[in-house]
Design a protein around this ligand. Sequence first.
Ligand SMILES: NC(=O)C1=CN([C@@H]2O[C@H](COP(=O)(O)OP(=O)(O)OC[C@H]3O[C@@H](n4cnc5c(N)ncnc54)[C@H](O)[C@@H]3O)[C@@H](O)[C@H]2O)C=CC1
Ligand SMILES: CC(C)CC(=O)C(=O)O
Ligand SMILES: [Mg+2]
Length: 383
Amino acid sequence: MAQKSFRITVLPGDGIGPEVVDQAIRVLQTVSDASQDIDLRLETHLFGGCAIDATGEALPASTLAACKEADAILMGSIGGPKWGVDSKVRPEQGLLQLRKELGVYANIRPAKFASDSLLENTPLKSHVAKGVDIIVIRELIGGIYFGKRKELGVAPDEDIAWDTMPYSIHEVQRITRVAAQIALVADPPLEIHSIDKANVLASSRLWRKVVTETIQNEFSQLKLDHHLVDSAAMVMVANPRKLNGIVLTENLFGDILSDQSSVIPGSLGLLPSASLASAPSVLSSPNFKPVSGLYEPIHGSAPDIAGKDIANPIGTILSAAMLLRYSLGLDKQATDVETAVRKVLDDTEAGGHGLRTADLGGKTSTKEMGDKIVEVLQGLLKA
Ligand SMILES: NC(=O)C1=CN([C@@H]2O[C@H](COP(=O)(O)OP(=O)(O)OC[C@H]3O[C@@H](n4cnc5c(N)ncnc54)[C@H](O)[C@@H]3O)[C@@H](O)[C@H]2O)C=CC1
Ligand SMILES: CC(C)CC(=O)C(=O)O
Ligand SMILES: [Mg+2]
């Protein structure tokens, strides 16, 4: 078999970013070392606050070029108090610019139990949390994060600041199609729960109309319902199984609801994400075509725990699994990474280790968690 060689651009970023990315790099290296047929070439670049310190820019041109040339990008997290909200150049601006430049409008954030044993860690009652399996699909390059805004102190009306939340029919159609295509891969297909604030916002009325028409006209076999975002936030913690399937929503609501969804399996540090410029193609299909993408945990740079070797690396490691599956077409290896994570967390299954980092009430360090996942993965990759 001809060797498959892939370029992966790595952006460790700030705070705990480099700590959790180090463990995901070891996982990808383990996949590469296990097969003569696979060669993963990882190249690290400056991005975020560390890039501002070194170059004055959050997203230097060389970093953007490396991202555009890569088969996939693995990111940690950016930001921190050193480059806070009053700074002229902020790391978060670089992240928004990167997402926009790459056109990755579809942000896929699965919120499920990486291991059933995590039920002991949920702050919800276990009968409420059990069986929750939600994929948040968040529109990522539109809405209020990208709309026109005016800062305080800018004339006219210097005492007023504002943001706007524009959405076009095209933007809502394409994210709805991604949600529908992901829903259809499951058997039975997943239900779609579209979240908006259509009782107040014009952009939400457009959202609801376009989602409804796209599903009715193109995917009429799928079940769709609509929730207002305030009550959806309540349902997500009171009876989250009601939202099982796909939670489809716009940029700001998706940012908030996905952090909230991480409470269900027990920690923000557990959840991965993929940001893509099209629907991922179905791996079992003969027409499978890998898509380039940006992969990152859903959390931020966690300045409160940075530099202590206690951050949970699992969200980043599971993001690397999504990278293997969607961008490199390495489904078996992706599943092996997910199985390794499950076995390391699990305290009941054969070969389970029951490890927990501090966010889940344990004492396992970031590096020890990475060590164990790599060790279990090596065994699985040989099989
Ligand atoms: N994609 C990105 O790079 C993102 C960057 N940020 C930036 O990160 C900075 C900090 O933001 P925060 O609001 O504090 O949110 P955060 O997500 O960094 O942290 C929130 C809480 O979760 C904990 N936490 C997060 N990840 C964890 C992990 N892997 N293991 C254990 N605990 C974890 C933190 O210790 C903190 O208590 C800000 O500058 C923000 O703009 C925030 C979200 C996403
Ligand atoms: C840091 C922001 C730009 C984004 C964010 O919080 C996220 O994507 O989860
Ligand atoms: Mg966020």
